[in-house]
Design a protein around this ligand. Structure first.
Ligand code: NCD
Ligand code: ZN
Length: 352
């Protein structure tokens, strides 16, 4: 197959940042995706509906002229989140979920939840109102091996939450392991997962190929080859519980190429092309539309997008860096060749 046309896709897990960084990265996502769930881990976090609506406005104002893109907002859950905030979020119709960051699990998560028991009343109200819980699924106990943190989270936190709140709709974000894919497949209705391009395309060896590779470092960290294969199988199966979430997470070059480099991989410049490459390798290009453009919308109770995006099997070279305000950003596959390119996007602005 040398051309592939699918319904316009959505990104159900995206970091857009704010200010100059937002202006730098938003055009990449808006050129490919009709909508995206915009993660709330700003500093300070986006923790109230009022803050989310203000952030949404800044995103809309940062859009290049004539480009259609809808930011879908989510709130940062903290130990002190008021259950009444769930009512305000629901009433806004623009806030679609709450994001659970275990305190200390990842970038800008120090305001996160220290103990799931502290947010019981909030989760109960979310279940009642049909507001979605998005979960960064890693335990933070420093005694737990970094490669085991997702697996431990399933048993220690996720299984109890899913059982205690049987009506709660849960997205297990950016899953990375065979165990997580298996858990989601077998879970009760109302449990789904997003999967990133990096976890479909790379295993943890990519962190150490010929030396340490900070631009392949993200959280949850890349896992083993059997884990990667299990994720590919999950998406290739066409199971609607799995859908697209890039977790594109830009950090300035100097903050990644550092003695203590930040976690996060920027993939928005080539997101749908990276997924096409992974699906093609799995012999499952026919399943890309469901994963990218349908399963997420169905789970979130939103309509499918109008229009299409067309990919063609034509190579292009990813630049070594992009501008990131006054800084530089090193994208995934920097300086390398991509096998798929966008021939047409449903967007008014064509990229290249
Ligand atoms: C994300 C970021 O940089 O905001 N980093 C990452 O490695 N994925 C935070 C997150 O989603 O964990
Ligand atoms: Zn993320």
């Amino acid at each position: 197959m040398s051309t592939l046309t699918i319904r316009r896709p959505d990104d159900w897990h995206l970091h857009l940042r704010d200010g100059a960084a937002l202006h730098a990265v938003l055009p990449f996502t808006a050129a490919q995706f009709a909508r995206a769930i915009v993660m709330p881990n700003l500093k300070p976090p986006v923790a109230t509906t009022a803050q989310a609506l203000a952030y949404r406005q800044r995103i809309l104002e940062a859009l290049p002229g004539g480009v259609r893109f809808e930011p879908l907002m989510t709130l940062y859950l903290t130990d002190r989140t008021d259950p009444a905030e769930v009512d305000r979020a629901k009433a806004s119709r623009l806030v679609h979920g709450f994001k659970l960051y275990p305190a200390g699990a990842t970038t800008h998560s120090d305001a996160g939840v220290t103990d799931i028991g502290k947010v019981g009343a909030v989760l109960a109200r979310m279940a009642e109102l049909g507001v979605i819980l998005q979960v960064h699924g890693e335990v933070t106990d420093p005694a737990v091996d970094v490669f085991d943190r997702e697996a431990r989270f399933i048993g220690e936190v996720l299984v109890p939450v899913v059982e205690k709140f049987p009506q709660l709709r849960v997205v297990f974000e950016h899953i990375t392991t065979r165990l997580a894919a298996e858990f989601v497949r077998r879970a009760r209705p109302g449990v789904a997962a997003t999967i990133t391009p990096q976890h479909l395309l790379m295993n943890r060896n990519a962190l150490f190929t010929g030396g340490i590779r900070p631009h392949h470092y993200c959280l949850p960290v890349l896992k083993t080859e059997p884990d990667r294969c299990a994720l590919l199988e999950a998406v290739a199966s066409g199971n609607p519980r799995f859908f697209l979430g890039t977790d594109s997470a830009p950090h300035a070059r100097h903050t990644k190429e550092a003695a203590c480099g930040c976690a996060g991989i920027f993939s928005a410049h080539a997101a749908i092309e990276l997924y096409a490459e992974a699906f093609e390798a799995a012999g499952a290009l026919g399943k890309l539309q469901g994963f990218a453009s349908e399963h997420g919308a169905t789970f979130y109770g939103l309509p499918y997008n109008e229009g299409t995006i067309t990919l063609t099997k034509e190579s292009w070279d990813v630049p070594a860096t992009y501008r990131f305000g006054s800084e530089e950003l090193v994208p995934l596959r920097a300086g390398e060749r991509m096998p798929w390119r966008i021939a047409q996007s449903g967007n008014t602005n064509e990229r290249r």
